[in-house]
Design a protein around this ligand. Sequence first.
Ligand code: G6P
Length: 360
Amino acid sequence: TDIEKGTYPHFMLKEIDEQPFVMRKIIQEYQDENDEIKLDGQVRQAMLETDRVYIIAAGTSFHAGLVGKQFLENIANVPVEVHIASEFSYNMPLLSEKPLFVFISQSGETADSRSVLVKIKELGHPSLTLTNVPGSTLSREADYTLHLHAGPEIAVASTKAYTAQIAVLAILAVDTAKAKGLSFDFNPLQELAIVANAMEGLTDQKEIIEEIARDFFTETRNAFYIGRGLDYFVVQEASLKLKEISYIQAEGFAGGELKHGTIALIEEGTPVIALATQESVNLSIRGNVQEVAARGAKTCVISMKGLEQEGDTLVLPHVHELLTPLVSVVPMQLLAYYAALHRDCDVDKPRNLAKSVTVE
Ligand code: G6P
């Protein structure tokens, strides 16, 4: 490949560090001369015409879709379903009258997603692809494309593409809301600039995060991540990152669901990482941390400025509450990175995985 690591030991670390620049690139690409959102008019029209968006994706892109659903529903008032591509093909839900299919794919080549695109095109439904590779199959075959502008992502574990997907979904949601004449107090371009600075601050805190990784993940066979609301979606991505590159068996759970089963797995020393960036559930997620700690778990809370409590391991800079995934995922990516490093795993090329999966 022509892309070089430069001074970085791994592409993954380089790509984690590139995220502030990707945010700024996205702001630049999606901004017009009046500092308003610039978006393909056909995409806007498709968003106005649909009565329900069906997001189709796999892996990390699926996790970005879960966050995107919250944006489109909360900001733009558009109902959204998020589907794993490989399931959708043979388990198609009843479709609404005017569905719009949104494919999220870093590579634009994922065969599972393409097979859905082929099916829904046969049914005559419109499609939009969010991808990092504009000339890719999913981009060429869909009606419309939104480019992620993340630059080439080489490490198998996706990082900057995830945050780029979420940023573009936020812009899409606000653009749709504006086109619908909805009122809201959210300028995504300004808020993304704040996010970029917050991300930058975090990449300077690598030592603390490396310390947590060493302490929590060097020996363990398993690990749990918990969160509520938007944090629940981020912990699913956090656990996928850890699984992919460190081979630690990890799961991301909704805090309130622990007591309905998973808490049975907690033993003396089981690592539990909690995210607490959502005001409305701050106290309840902390309650969950106490529940697992009382059963012997080794706990760590990552919170956000304004919601922090004494003893929190890391406090993230404050950003708009809807955009917290963009910031909270960074320490999660770094945790996985350092866990893999300390366990002598091949960070950029984990076993059994491929960067883009072109078979169903
Ligand atoms: C592969 C990669 C994952 C990625 C998934 C979806 O499984 O290993 O990191 O999230 O494909 O890829 P896509 O290019 O469609 O986003």
